[in-house]
Design a protein around this ligand. Structure first.
Ligand code: NDP
Length: 273
């Protein structure tokens, strides 16, 4: 467990909301925030049982958690989710915009519906949740006993906010959008002591990309793109989230942390150019 100099867990007493926390990276992030002392809202869209399993895990370890269903791209559902959280725990200190999905197709075959849905969930969802959190951070201000910042927003982006990805135009566009949404929010909210940062994972073993690592052949191909020669675990991302959520990163805002084993280092140039 990460501790402060007072031997308390580093996020003791803080209240976090993790979107898309019923699976993969979000589920691990929720558990690791709780292990660091935060109370955690486990948001989900369809996976009620999986969200409850995350809540049960946190509670069994002595933490506090609450599962709340909301589609992050639906304004009324997002507002209701924040209202339910404030009803339970009064406020919010940490938002992790993690919910995301892929609907892949070659450009010429991509339907408008699949283009729109990925943009809605991956980008508009981050806008709606960030707006709701920022309104509360403004209203409440800094609580020095909890944190030096009035609030922290962490946006889950992807290496595909800088690496183009054929066959995934909607996904890459959404993550490119997340990158400038994050920086613009960071610039706008910094004077209010709200920190906004992004994490851009490389290949992390979760259900979203299981086809890329399930078979030994697929895994070998994927490893060619990773100079560090291992596929990431959700815990690699969880540790970065806990750091960005804590006062250990208090002077960091507007940054994108690439947690990718070097995937963004042009691995094709490893053997010269
Ligand atoms: P998973 O598919 O394992 O989990 C996705 C989560 O998003 C689920 O909890 C799902 O909820 C939730 N979700 C989907 N649609 C909605 C919605 N409309 N409203 C609320 N929640 C929703 O994916 P990962 O854990 O792999 O991905 C998490 C994030 O990390 C995504 O933003 C993804 O783009 C990003 N990422 C992942 C990488 C990887 O290698 N895994 C690499 C780079 C970025 P439910 O199951 O309840 O429907």
């Amino acid at each position: 467990m990460l501790m402060t100099h007072t031997s308390e867990p580093i996020l003791q007493g803080q209240r976090a909301l993790v979107t898309g926390a019923s699976s993969g990276i979000g589920a691990t992030v929720a558990k690791m925030l709780a292990a660091a002392g935060a109370k955690v809202v486990v948001n989900y869209a369809g996976g009620a049982d999986r969200a409850q399993a995350v809540v049960d895990h946190i509670q069994a370890a002595g933490g506090e958690a609450l599962a709340i269903r909301a589609n992050v791209h639906r304004e009324d559902e997002v507002e209701a989710m924040f209202a339910q959280m404030f009803e339970a725990w009064d406020s919010i200190d940490i938002l992790v915009n993690n919910a995301g999905l892929q609907k892949d197709a070659p450009l010429v075959e991509m339907s408008l519906a699949d283009w729109q849905h990925v943009l809605d969930v991956n980008l508009t969802g981050q806008f709606l949740c960030s707006r709701a959190a920022a309104r509360e951070f403004f209203h409440r201000g800094v609580v020095p006993e909890l944190s030096r910042a009035a609030g922290k927003i962490i946006c889950m982006s992807s290496v595909h906010d800088v690496i183009p990805w054929a066959g995934h135009a909607n996904y890459a566009a959404s993550k490119g959008g997340v990158s400038l949404l994050m920086k613009t929010m960071a610039q706008e909210l910094a004077p209010h002591r709200i920190r906004v940062n992004a994490i851009s994972p490389g290949a992390i073993k979760t259900p979203i990309n299981s086809a890329a690592w399930m078979t030994p052949e697929a895994e070998a191909e994927l490893l060619k793109l990773i100079p560090y020669r291992r596929i990431g675990d959700p815990e690699d991302i969880g540790r970065a989230v806990v750091w960005l959520a804590s006062d250990a990163s208090d002077y960091v805002t507007g940054a994108t942390l690439y947690v990718d084993g070097g995937m963004t280092l042009y691995p094709g140039f490893e053997q010269g150019g």
